[in-house]
Design a protein around this ligand. Sequence first.
Ligand code: GDP
Length: 464
Amino acid sequence: MMMLGDTIAAISTPRGKGGVALLRVSGPRAVEICERVFLPASGKGLSEVPARTSVYGAILGNGVDGVRETVDDGLATVFREPASFTGEDTVEICCHGGILLTETVLTSLISAGARAAEAGEFTRRAFVNGKMGLSSAEALGNLLEAQTHEQMRLAHAGTNGKLEEACREIYETLRDVLASIYVKIDYPDEDLADMSRAEIDAALGGCEEKLKALCATYRTGHAIAEGISTVICGRPNVGKSSLYNRIVGRDAAIVTAVEGTTRDVLCETAALGRVTLRLFDTAGLHDTADPVEQIGIARAREALDRAELVLAVFDGSRQPDDEELALIEELREHAGTVIAVINKSDLGEAAADFYRSKFAHAVTLSAERGEGMDALTDLTETLFVRGDIDVRRDVVLSNARQNGAALAALEAVGSARGALAAGLPIELCCSDAECAMEAIAQLDGRSISEDIVAQIFSHFCVGK
Ligand code: GDP
């Protein structure tokens, strides 16, 4: 069970052979525990080492028969609370990166009194100790998971605490509004310098604008951080796998000239410009007696129905067949965004105008030659990310949790303003303002349920 107050230890670098590995120890007994495992070459104890200083020394472990012996030489860096990542006393031990070696050092730390850390426990301690807000911690998790450059930029910017800062401003304005109203209710006869009705409305209006601006970033944040679920569909041999490989950038799907070779649903994360695609390459949607193919097709249909983006591939060099005409009709009803990819432009564009007339969004390209891919990238960016948002600089909501809380706050502020506009007594907007404060507190993590916190940190790896 997660407990603050004890001292935790973990190997923070990935398991495997490497030049160096890092073990982290955090908690009130970190220095004392590490003194039993790390002997500085200077002969002084670790407790005498100044904060944020690395020292060279011997690392002790239990050898065969449990005999204590020097297992490696390395560096130890001491951090004193609160000036550490977790906000607690922390020691980082750097040794050589051997699997048995790092496990031996970890065992040694545990026998000296540390507890093996759970996944995400260091970052969770940083959050609990006020070293970072929840959205910064989420951003840090995203930084570790980032698969595209734009995701990496967004995640890195998210660790700077700017979203928490924006939340704090809104929260404090709401708090001031509430305080002013409550003072008026509690001391009606006093001539206190409280806010007028117009000032309260202006303050709430300011919060509403800020929240609207925040919520308006989520579409872009979602497209970059969470990714757009994307299905490539179309008749066999129109070039779906070729397009898939062109986007993913390597030969991930088998491309052959034999119909029906793509039987399974592959999923991969890829960047199309700034947009992250969670890309499914699905079996061709066509009738088949092959039971294995039938399963693939059923999965393809399911993925297609749920996709946020459908890349409907057609061979633009020939006229559509009946199944393609049916697919066009079916896609009219699709809830997501559909882009017609009119492929094989190198063979001619006999049917290109027909497809363009059928879809709101269409691009002509040659997946095989890579010609026209820029047009697909530009169109996808236009549809899913805002060109005016610079993720390195702007505050961007990047997950559904943050967006849900911001929307709840926006709705509550709107409702508080509605009460004012309707001429209701001023105290009637208090509960809405309180709801808005609560939603903001959930957004930046100052008040959030233990379950949600546990859920967020469970995605981290051990040692982070
Ligand atoms: P899928 O069955 O829809 O996944 O289609 P594939 O990507 O496997 O492609 C089927 C055939 O069409 C292969 O022989 C490809 O080389 C070819 N093909 C794909 N895209 C193009 C293209 O843009 N131009 C030409 N000329 N051939 C293509």
